[in-house]
Design a protein around this ligand. Structure first.
Ligand SMILES: C[S@@+](CC[C@H](N)C(=O)[O-])C[C@H]1O[C@@H](n2cnc3c(N)ncnc32)[C@H](O)[C@@H]1O
Length: 662
């Protein structure tokens, strides 16, 4: 081996072991001896880029290109450097040079697909399609690009047909979720129905997305399966498919149409039970079980007519069908649950058994002192909110990365420690807690809330999702100093506006946030809740009990025209369960804000606004289109103006991140 070659090998060895500073002088030495040594030019070009010296890196790679016969790798690396430096035209032309030499160069095809993804999705599809043809692993990129050019159904079919190879892949399921969310309506053939049924079972695709797809299919299609009920006294059980049963078991009714259809089926079966008994009892019982599970989730919020009440009172014989019928209208007792078990109706009996398990969970408790906190606690003890079933799974990542992807004001994110502690203040039934802790790396987390019942529900979910190092306490966030701990990240969404003095609550949690730490906050918007306020005005003085909530819901759905502002309340998913509706319309303490008021509140607490959080990316683009001068969408005064022009924009609360300034 000659001297040059051994120097080069030594350099490469250091380089491969990431000892860049040891490798560099050796490459330099080789190039001093022979300035045209192609390998040294090529490898030192890569190394210089790694060291941040991209200009010199490009010069070396270009020299290597002239001397080398194997141009593909050099061109590809040059293209990558241009891509990273955001010199997109140069990147494109170098990737294309690679493809001239090797039309099947998968990485170049993929990178070209990514480059064109946002501004020329059609071209992006072409490149991703070629990459997919060569290597099926590239299916996700292709489908996300197809989604952008409105070929969502094609993307859905591709994902379905290739499902077996990716069954356990979380990101594959995230892609399916994205595609399904984009599908407005899909007429589902048998194979697609089977696929959707399987997706429910895997628990990796967001159930809300599956539910909306099926809701469109069942309730808005021209073949509205359940509409027959209304016109046809011989309601035919053969309309009931296994996917419809699955939908009832997994979804939560969230529109007037769905509620009407379900309550019509329920009532029709009860009032005509004699005729039904002659029919296929297996399908009938399965349907009743699915409705009973649905009603359990809604906490029996649907209005019951006098005819139904009379008929229910007449049910005396204790058998399976009667038990299932009763379970569609109210909670049944332990003896009835036994009947279900004896007849193999385990899905419904499991719902009851989970509730019993939750009630046994022990929670550490502190005394509450604030008068309003005690009232709020009693509301959530009676109606813990929100009852939820499912959170979407993601690959957990460091908090820094999680925030970089979400915040438009990224200042200070890199200074966060790697090992972080988290507080979820007012964690309620734990939905946000579970969503967050399944997505980020954390050292330890604490959830506090006023309501033991909510905390028991949260603990049950913590066990189910196997979250590590999370403890729960019943504690007023006004007393958060009692935790004797400071946190790097605090979530307090939908909570502070229920305190007697929200500003004191904000001060209390800000005091236990580390300097430079981040918080996620959410408050009600006065402007967005104007219709709710109309109804709250009418409900003043009416007790928030079960009967009143059912009656109020019935009136909103039936006595207000669809164009009436009050009817708009029924567009909220919360409207459809008792606890949701109580939270929405009957809360014991609710403050509302506008963005100017929140701006002042943040300033008073040395909190820097870092950006809104939206479930739909289009929302931010809509604002930037209106106010292009506010490129990072951080000017709350302009946002206030924007909200006045778009009064429903913050229906789902003002949800945003802040950072504590030192
Ligand atoms: C609407 S729920 C929101 C729950 C949760 N943050 C979420 O987004 O799913 C409001 C929760 O805040 C809790 N809460 C209200 N005031 C509180 C206080 N002073 N201290 C602690 N928790 C409080 C209530 O008990 C209730 O569970």
């Amino acid at each position: 081996m000659n001297n040059l070659q051994s120097l080069l090998e030594k350099a490469l060895n250091y380089h491969q072991n990431n000892q860049l500073m040891s490798a560099k002088p050796l490459y330099d030495k080789v190039l001093q001896i022979n300035p045209y040594q192609t390998d040294a030019l090529y490898l030192s070009g890569i190394l210089l880029h790694q060291l941040g010296q991209s200009d010199q890196a490009i010069l070396n790679l270009q020299k290597a290109l002239h001397c080398s016969t194997d141009k593909i790798n050099i061109l590809y690396n040059l293209a990558n450097i241009y891509f990273e430096l955001n010199l997109i035209d140069q990147a494109i032309s170098n990737y294309q040079e690679v493809l001239k030499l090797d039309p099947n160069h998968i990485s170049s095809l993929k990178n070209l697909g990514s480059i064109y993804f946002s501004n020329n999705p059609q071209k992006s599809v072409e490149y991703f399609q070629k990459a997919f043809n060569l290597e099926p692993n590239n299916i996700q990129n292709l489908c996300l690009a197809l989604n952008l050019i409105d070929q969502k159904k094609h993307a859905f079919e591709l994902l379905r047909l290739n499902y077996n190879s990716f069954k356990n892949d979380i990101s594959y399921h995230n892609t399916i979720t994205t595609i399904i969310r984009g599908l407005n309506y899909l007429h589902l053939n048998q194979n697609q129905q089977k696929f959707i049924e399987n997706l429910y079972e895997t628990n990796l695709v967001c159930h809300d997305a599956l539910n909306s797809l099926l809701s469109e299919y069942f309730f808005k299609s021209s073949k509205l399966i359940v509409a027959n009920i209304h016109y046809d006294s011989n309601f035919d059980l053969s309309h009931i498919s296994s996917i419809f049963l699955k939908f009832l078991r997994f979804s939560c009714v969230s529109s007037k149409n769905e509620e009407w259809a379900l309550s019509s089926i329920r009532s029709f079966i009860l009032l005509n039970i004699r005729n039904f008994k002659k029919a296929n009892s297996q399908i009938l019982n399965d349907l009743l079980e699915a409705i009973a599970i649905q009603e359990f989730k809604l906490e029996y919020s649907t209005f019951i007519s006098n005819n139904e009440k009379e008929k229910l009172n007449k049910i005396k014989v204790k058998n399976c069908i009667n038990t299932l019928l009763k379970a569609c209208y109210h909670q049944i007792n332990n003896d009835d649950v036994k009947i279900l078990n004896e007849n193999n109706y385990y899905l419904l009996s499991e719902v009851y058994s989970i509730e019993n398990t939750i009630a046994q969970i022990q929670i550490k408790s502190n005394t509450l002192n604030n008068k309003v906190s005690i009232q709020v606690a009693s509301q959530y003890e009676e109606n813990p909110y929100p009852k939820w079933a499912f959170v979407q799974r993601f690959q957990p990542k460091p908090l820094k990365q999680f925030l970089i992807e979400r915040l438009s004001n990224k200042e200070g994110i890199s200074q966060l420690p790697n090992e972080i502690s988290v507080l979820i203040a007012g964690c309620g039934t734990g939905k946000v807690l579970t969503e967050l802790l399944t997505q980020i790396h954390y050292k330890n987390a604490i959830g506090i809330d006023l309501s033991i019942k909510s905390l028991q529900y949260t603990q049950h979910k913590i066990n189910h999702y196997q979250l590590h190092d999370v403890s729960l306490k019943k504690l007023d966030l006004l007393d958060s100093q009692k935790l004797n701990e400071k946190f790097d990240f605090i979530d307090c969404c939908g909570v502070l506006h229920h305190l007697e003095k929200p500003q004191l609550g904000l001060k209390s949690i800000t005091n236990i946030l580390n300097n430079g730490g981040f918080m996620s906050l959410a408050f009600y918007s006065k402007i967005a809740r104007r219709n709710i306020n109309l109804m709250r005005e009418r409900l003043k003085g009416i007790e928030a009990n079960y009967e009143n909530i059912v009656e109020c819901r019935h009136q909103i759905l039936n006595y207000f025209s669809e164009s009436d502002p009050v009817f708009q309340i029924s567009l909220s998913t919360d409207f459809y369960s008792i606890s949701g509706c109580r939270d929405l319309l009957f809360h014991v303490c609710e403050h509302q804000y506008n963005l100017l008021e929140l701006h002042t509140m943040l300033q008073n607490n040395n909190l820097d606004f870092c950006g809104f959080q939206f479930s739909d990316n289009q929302k931010i683009l809509q604002y930037i289109k209106r106010f292009p001068q506010d490129k990072n969408a951080l000017d709350l005064k302009l946002w206030h103006q924007f909200e006045q022009e778009n009064p429903d924009f913050f229906l789902a609360m003002y949800q945003f991140y802040v950072r504590k300034i030192k």
